[in-house]
Design a protein around this ligand. Structure first.
Ligand code: WT7
Length: 645
């Protein structure tokens, strides 16, 4: 093994996964993009990415065509489809009303208590128009910011679309975030309007949300919010301030089901979404109408191979980017049926997902590793009672999926017949960037290769590509249509965060390696790397080694100082049922990790926990564990999941 000194900045790849899965011929022969076409398209997109994206843009409707596909005259402030006029809602909704999609289900929603609502494209169109008119009556128009603080409800989708339809800008805040997190985001965006609910159901309880909005607004320093719209959902006490608050039902009651769709410039802002860095205040990631719709439409159609009769279920909350791109906009742009579930995935018991797949005949299931691992803990008992035979494709996103969870998901949920699309992307990228396609050869734990039209690489600190097997910094070397345009109110921070290390090249902030076949393996966030005796090791690898032991359900690893080695690993572990934390088990686990990864993976101590601190989107917050370990300030905790919920 090379010492770090020979290859500064490189990351040691300790875990090697040899398994390879070939797609079944049935999947291959029905794929929208055949294997031989994929190779050809990837090649020609490499030679001329703008032609590739222009062709993708032609699949959507524009009020006026672009003069230029990409304006790169002022990097890193790239502009796409300049001169064009469009509105993403025209493509996601209005145009379907003229086609056979009109009477097709757009949304299947299920509340946690078991209540359901189904909306056809036509019904959704009418609801969106009524709210669009209601928003206009409140004085909301082009460019105004609207904060959406809602659980997954049909009204949440309606709100995003109505806001975008009138050319206003939505900024979603997870319903699990605190009053302070909400207040900071409202102030930063100077939002004129907040849309929320009285409350919602989570884990068998009605959670009051309106009171959190009231708390946020009492001390809001800018006084920007003029109105609050409240959806009636959970029959909980909501105090209405008559000069500011209005019930959603009262607002839309007398509105017409027809509304004009605002004509937007391709580059006009569509939404803001705050994402938290390890330090500093959350970053307001800006996305715009034209490029975002092109990127999301193409990637969803291709990666998940959408067919006209498909029922698509992405389990993400609408309030984060996966929800924006692949619960709301992507499926509707594609004219498919999207499933939305309000509540906790284990409520009332651990078969809720399987029951939803069974009852609606879900064809594509897209989820996150942390949920897959959580469900794995229950074994296959809950799967047996449900018919999952409608499933054709599976997906994963959000963090590296450890091969054990990959194989379990593929085998027990996907009957070893459903290809698993491990999609790498970010709030900032807006769309899938690195992912297999249904025809790809799959290696569990690898995100495969960059999609057509996307150029990524793995570089060392000096900006040289690292050799196969060595880790380095993941970069995107060419602009892409759905890229972040800037950070709201902070263009300098945008340049500094993503574009300053290698000028003209996007720094993703992840460490990764490529193998001999050019497959990419994400090893975690660059901030989370351990340096043990000079070897740089991704936390994800050590965690994956832990989870491959039968006793371990979840693991989070941080580095702690060590006199001899500089740093060693400390692990926080959640055990599976039936295993007891004792010194014997700790020895066994330490030995197991050493066997899996080699002697460099020194685990100094293991702490057993019932839960781990995570973001609402399911990512483990290692910096919180570090802060606890070292008795330091926890920094920005606004994205931390409220465990009571
Ligand atoms: C970070 C972005 C875009 C939706 C996810 C949340 C990690 C994302 C994968 C994957 C390994 C992944 C990366 C990335 N990540 N997908 N398939 N394999 N890691 O978006 O909150 O902006 O987080 O999530 O570290 O940088 P986000």
């Amino acid at each position: 093994m090379d010492h770090n000194g020979d290859n500064p900045g490189a990351l040691d790849a300790l875990l090697t996964e040899e398994r390879v899965f070939r797609p079944l011929s049935r999947v291959v022969s029905n794929a929208t993009v055949a294997a031989e076409d994929l190779a050809r398209i990837t090649e020609s997109a490499k030679a001329d990415p703008l032609a590739y994206w222009e062709e993708a843009a032609e699949e959507l409707c524009w009020f006026r065509k672009w003069e230029q596909v990409l304006d790169d005259s002022n990097p890193p402030f790239y502009k796409w489809f300049t001169g064009a006029k469009c509105n993403i809602v025209y493509n996601a909704l209005d145009r379907h009303i003229e086609t056979a999609n009109k009477n097709k289900l757009a949304v299947i929603w299920e509340g946690e208590p078991g209540d359901t609502r189904k909306l056809t494209y036509y019904e959704l169109f009418r609801e969106v128009n009524k709210l669009a008119n209601g928003l206009r009556s409140l004085g909301i128009g082009k460019g105004d910011r609207v904060v959406v603080y809602m659980p997954p409800l049909p009204e949440t989708i309606i709100t995003l679309l109505a806001v975008a339809k009138i050319g206003a800008v939505h900024s979603s805040v997870f319903a699990g975030f605190s009053a302070k997190a909400l207040r900071d985001r409202i102030s930063d965006a100077s939002a004129k309007l907040v849309v929320t609910v009285d409350g919602f159901y989570r884990n068998g309880r009605a959670v009051n949300l309106k009171s959190t909005v009231d708390e946020a607004l009492v001390a809001e320093p800018t006084g920007c919010v003029e109105s609050v719209i409240v959806v009636h959902r959970a029959n909980v006490e909501a105090e209405m301030n008559d000069s500011r608050d209005i019930w959603y039902a009262d607002l839309v009651r007398r509105e017409s089901p027809e509304a004009v769709t605002e004509v937007m410039d391709s580059e006009d802002m569509l939404f803001l979404l705050y994402t938290s860095g390890a330090t500093g205040k959350p970053k307001g990631v800006v996305h715009s109408h034209g490029g975002y719709m092109v990127g999301v439409h193409r990637t969803l159609n291709w990666v998940f191979d959408l067919k006209p009769t498909d029922i698509f279920w992405c389990t993400a909350d609408v309030g984060w980017i996966t929800g924006h791109s692949y619960v709301v906009y992507g499926p509707l742009l594609a004219g498919t049926t999207t499933v939305l579930y309000e509540g906790h995935p284990l409520y009332p018991q651990a078969d809720r997902l399987w029951s939803i797949v069974d009852r609606y005949g879900v064809n594509i299931l897209y989820s996150v590793p942390t949920l897959i691992r959580m469900l794995m803990r229950f074994g296959t008992q809950y799967l047996k009672h449900h018919d999952l035979s409608t499933l054709r494709l599976l997906g994963s996103v959000g963090e590296p999926i450890n091969p054990e969870a990959w194989v379990w998901f593929h085998k027990h949920v996907g009957r070893t017949e459903c290809p698993l699309m491990d999609t790498w992307w970010q709030t900032e990228t807006g769309m899938f960037m690195i992912s297999p396609m249904p025809v790809s050869l799959l290696k569990p734990g690898s995100v495969n290769k960059a999609l057509p039209g996307i150029e990524v690489d793995v570089w060392d600190e000096q900006g040289n590509p690292v050799p196969p097997g060595k880790g380095g910094l993941l970069v995107v070397t060419k602009p892409w249509p759905s890229m972040v345009r800037t950070l709201y109110n902070d263009p300098e921070r945008y340049k500094e965060t993503y574009w300053s290390k290698f000028p003209g090249v996007y720094l993703a902030g992840d460490v990764a390696r490529k193998d001999e076949d050019g497959y990419i393996w994400i090893q975690g966030r660059a901030d989370d790397v351990l340096v043990i005796a000079g070897h740089r090791i991704g936390t994800a690898e050590v965690e994956s080694a832990f989870v491959s032991h039968k006793a371990v359900a979840e693991a989070a690893v941080i580095g702690i100082p060590d006199k001899i080695r500089g740093e060693v690993a400390k692990a926080f572990v959640i055990l599976n049922d039936g295993f007891d934390p004792d010194a014997g088990l700790s020895r066994e686990l330490t030995e197991h990790v050493r066997r899996e990864l080699g002697p460099v993976a020194v685990v100094k101590s293991i702490e057993y926990r019932e839960t781990l601190p995570r973001t609402r989107s399911g990512k483990i917050m290692r910096r919180i564990l570090k802060a606890e370990e070292f008795g330091e300030e926890k920094g920005d905790t606004s994205t931390l999941e409220d465990l009571d919920r």
